[in-house]
Design a protein around this ligand. Structure first.
Ligand SMILES: Cc1cc2nc3c(=O)[nH]c(=O)nc-3n(C[C@H](O)[C@H](O)[C@H](O)COP(=O)(O)OP(=O)(O)OC[C@H]3O[C@@H](n4cnc5c(N)ncnc54)[C@H](O)[C@@H]3O)c2cc1C
Length: 381
């Protein structure tokens, strides 16, 4: 029997694997990806300063930072709302940090983590899609291609979590999609990110090398026609929708969309099974919290595993400790993103006032702004 079976070596599962690389435990890592397969469709991940510290500790940050165009620091975030009062700027200076966070290429991060897992001699099996994860009173069973392997603890970080027996999944569809594309602004890049709240939901611009990653929330029926526009008409539609605050956008690359949902496992663990990252909770991207929460899941679980005797791995006390440790941060991540998506996704005058007031208060009350910024950077503990 293995000590740990990690199902899914995406950015979150691979972070856990790297954090445990020198533990001396018998760890098997399984991923559905074909070995060496080129990932397609890059994403701009918003990484908090806290997540950077985790990547430094597991020895991945330096390689990532050396990769051309892989990491762009965010020095400030300009938050505003269309057709309403109130705006604020969250700045790295406010919290005494060199950057509020970083925009990281998903493909570059995955490449750095894959290289780190290989260098650490971790046994990663690619081309291994897991079809089921079960748990008995004493161990977990992971099924793939008709074969089964047993582990004291199965960690599910496959981004979906639907193969786990005996764990309920709660799902709320927002009825919106996020359209993502790379764009270029007329002004030279200066590390400022923009989050603009509109009646249809947020529009975000994340600095990404010389370009910006655009995340534009809209109803699915509108997304089809907006995606089909030629570049010129697309830029005109974006300018009309988001207004002048985000600056002049002069070019746009290929676009794609993904549906916005809140989905989470309840609970995120049971004896011999623990869930991490998007498998544990998939959030609305409104505050760029989802991936950072997943990194904190991985890091907290690694600390608990290292602090648990081998024979007690996966047993109820260890799993309960994981649930307790992650409870407040997960609940806050879910509540904040869900609440913000409600507050900022509506055109109703009932909420336009409080959100304008909220932004105005953040702007005039530096301690409130600092507290808000810190919670976004480091989570809630
Ligand atoms: C289309 C899309 C666009 C996104 N865009 C953004 C964005 O612009 N900015 C942002 O911050 N966040 C974005 N997100 C969210 C972000 O990608 C996630 O927060 C992050 O990828 C979570 O990492 P993860 O490791 O938990 O899961 P994933 O990144 O999904 O990794 C899961 C891993 O598990 C493997 N796997 C899957 N199924 C199995 C299986 N059955 N057996 C074994 N292995 C399996 C996969 O091959 C993969 O390597 C986006 C998400 C999606 C779906």
């Amino acid at each position: 029997m293995h000590d740990l079976a990690i199902v899914g070596a995406g950015p979150v599962g691979a972070t856990l694997a790297c954090a445990l690389a020198r533990s001396g435990l018998d760890i098997v890592v399984l991923d559905a990806r074909a070995e060496g397969a080129t990932l397609r469709g890059d994403r701009a991940l918003a990484l908090s300063h806290g997540a950077r510290l985790v990547f430094e500790r597991i020895g991945v940050w330096a390689a990532l930072a050396r990769t051309p165009g892989a990491v762009t620091p965010i020095v400030a975030i300009d938050v505003s709302q269309a057709h309403g009062f109130g705006s604020t700027t969250l700045a790295a200076n406010d919290v005494g940090l060199p950057a509020l966070g970083y925009v990281v290429s998903y493909i570059a991060l995955q490449a750095a983590l894959d290289a780190a897992m290989q260098a650490a001699g971790l046994a990663v099996t690619f081309g291994a899609p897991v079809s089921r994860v079960d748990a008995s009173a004493a161990f977990a069973s992971v099924t793939l291609d008709g074969a089964t392997l047993d582990a004291r603890l199965a960690v599910v970080a496959d981004g979906g979590g639907e193969h786990v027996a005996g764990i309920e999944r709660v799902r709320h569809a927002y009825g919106k999609v996020a359209l993502i594309a790379d764009v270029v602004r007329g002004a030279p890049p200066d590390g400022v990110a923009f989050e603009r709240f509109t009646a249809e939901g947020p529009v975000a611009l994340l600095p990404k090398g010389g370009r910006y990653g655009l995340v534009w929330t809209m109803p699915p029926e509108r997304a089809e026609s907006v995606c089909a526009l030629d570049n010129r008409a697309f830029l005109a539609a974006l300018a009309a929708h988001a207004g002048a605050r985000i600056g002049r956008i002069v070019s746009v690359g290929p676009r794609r969309t993904f549906p916005l949902v809140l989905e989470y496992a309840r609970p995120a663990a049971r004896p011999h099974v623990a869930m991490l990252g998007n498998a544990a909770q998939t959030l609305h991207p409104i505050a760029g919290q989802g991936f950072n929460l997943g990194v904190r899941d991985a890091y907290d679980l690694a600390r608990i595993v290292l602090d648990t005797p081998r024979e007690a791995l996966g047993a109820a006390p260890m799993v309960d400790r994981y649930l307790r440790t992650r409870r407040a941060d997960r609940a806050a991540g879910i509540a904040v993103t869900h609440g913000l998506s409600r507050l900022f996704g509506s055109d109703s005058a009932l909420v336009a006032w409080p959100r304008g007031l909220g932004l105005a208060l953040l702007d005039v009350l530096p301690p409130a702004r600092r507290a808000f910024t810190r919670a976004m950077l480091f989570g809630v503990h």
